[in-house]
Design a protein around this ligand. Structure first.
Ligand code: PMP
Length: 407
């Protein structure tokens, strides 16, 4: 019998799997109300429109969709994406876009394109666990700065860059989720967006801007993406790589998204895609094209916003009621997206609290999974999009009882 443990590549030898996956494994009991996964609600899937578009595609194009197709993506989806981005003041051509097999694939391509073992990525503390996992495949080193209520601590990031430079190190890129960040729900202010771009140019460090939630704003004013600001303020731009996915605004089962950036970077990522998955399924791409061109996605997005806004309000109201000030429990209040970040008193380790919560039939993601280094232990990520309104209320009650029971 081969000693497999000693045959694995250095990059993944010690890798034990996505921590989030391990958390979700405990949730098979149907009585558990899960606020853990980042699932959009199936109630906003466009079931009948999807069926109609599906039928049409299968009737007319079955021989093409069952064949290999172009690796960078389908022409019709490129055109639809170009229009989709125009409404967000991003002006691109086909050579700036690569269709990906969803957001996680987009992250993987960014990691593979830029990172060698030990290369530094600057991140928020906390940040999206899936990005940490993807970049860790290349054995990246994370240098993080605590996120602030108005987003990335840009001055702190600059201090880190200067410290690294003293040791002759330059970070490979800065990774951020500026809109309704996963896991905190925090949005980066306009001032900080401009400041971050300035930093990127001053130190010649690219920014990877991950934007799955941009269209899910329930309160407040839209802010320009880093990508569009870069185009506008820096003569067409070129320092920002944008990652997008249809998972949260259409449906995650299709696994389609796209990366945008300088043609040079997009070409490199397309080359990596050749060696990693070849083409994204044409059928799935065609459904996304139908979403963008035939299904009135603006009306759909309005519906999603109203639906999730309601859930967010119910969750926050119930939190106010069951976690009075003296409980020492605090939480972020987001203007959009699918998540909130709940902090419990310092002495509580949420990785342990998770198992108590399971006994109380409620689940969340322990916050430690969202740190690139030195994890804080007293936070949890809460998803408010998937559970029903009644379940959300009940989940908060159970969470409150659970925390009281261990105090
Ligand atoms: N980036 C962020 C910030 C996310 O929250 C997610 C999904 N939770 C992804 C990327 C990955 O998206 P997808 O499901 O399309 O792979």
């Amino acid at each position: 019998m081969i000693d497999w443990k000693n045959r694995y590549a250095d990059n993944i030898k010690d890798y034990q799997g996505y921590p989030l996956g391990k958390t979700l494994k405990y949730l098979s009991d149907p009585e558990i109300i899960s606020l853990a996964g980042g699932l959009p609600s199936p109630e906003i899937f466009q079931t009948s429109e999807l069926r109609a578009a599906s039928e049409k595609i299968l009737l007319n194009d079955v021989d093409k969709i069952m064949q290999y197709s172009a690796i960078p993506g389908e022409q019709s989806l490129f055109e639809a994406v170009i229009d989709f981005l125009k409404r967000d003041n991003i002006h691109l051509e086909k050579q700036n876009i690569l269709i990906t097999t969803s957001g996680q694939h987009g992250l993987d391509l960014a990691g593979r394109a830029f990172l060698d073992k030990g290369d530094i990525v600057l991140v928020d503390r906390p940040t999206f666990a899936g990005a940490l996992v993807a970049f860790n495949m290349e054995k990246a080193t994370f240098v993080g700065v605590d996120i602030e209520p108005d987003g990335t601590h840009v001055d702190g990031i600059e201090t880190k860059i200067k410290q690294l430079q003293k040791n002759n190190k330059t970070p490979k890129f800065i990774y951020v989720v500026p809109d309704f960040q996963n896991p905190t729900g925090i949005t980066m202010s306009l001032k900080k967006r401009k400041q971050l771009l300035k930093l990127s140019y001053a130190y010649d460090i690219p920014i990877v801007e991950d934007s799955p939630y941009r269209d899910l704003r329930y309160y407040g004013k839209d802010l320009p993406s880093l990508f569009s600001l870069d185009q506008e303020l820096y003569n067409g731009g070129g320092n920002v790589i944008g990652l997008y996915t249809f998972s949260k605004i259409f449906c995650p089962g299709l696994r389609v998204g796209f990366n945008i950036g300088h043609p040079e970077v997009i070409k490199k990522m397309a080359n990596i895609k050749e060696g990693n998955i070849l083409n994204t399924p044409k059928y799935n791409q065609d459904l996304c094209t139908a979403y963008l061109t035939q299904m009135d996605f603006n009306a759909h997005l309005d519906k999603c916003r109203a639906y999730y806004k309601d859930k967010l309000a119910i969750f926050l109201e119930t939190m106010e009621k069951y976690f009075p000030k003296e409980s020492g429990v605090t939480w972020t209040t987001s203007e959009g997206g699918l998540f909130l970040w709940v902090s419990v008193p310092d002495h509580i380790d949420t990785a342990q609290l998770f198992f108590e919560a399971i006994k109380h039939k409620v689940a969340f993601v322990p916050g430690e999974q969202f740190y690139g280094e030195n994890p804080e232990k007293n936070h949890m990520r809460i998803n408010f999009s998937f559970a029903s309104k009644e379940q959300l209320k009940e989940a908060v009650k159970r969470l409150s009882a659970c925390i009281k029971s261990i105090d």
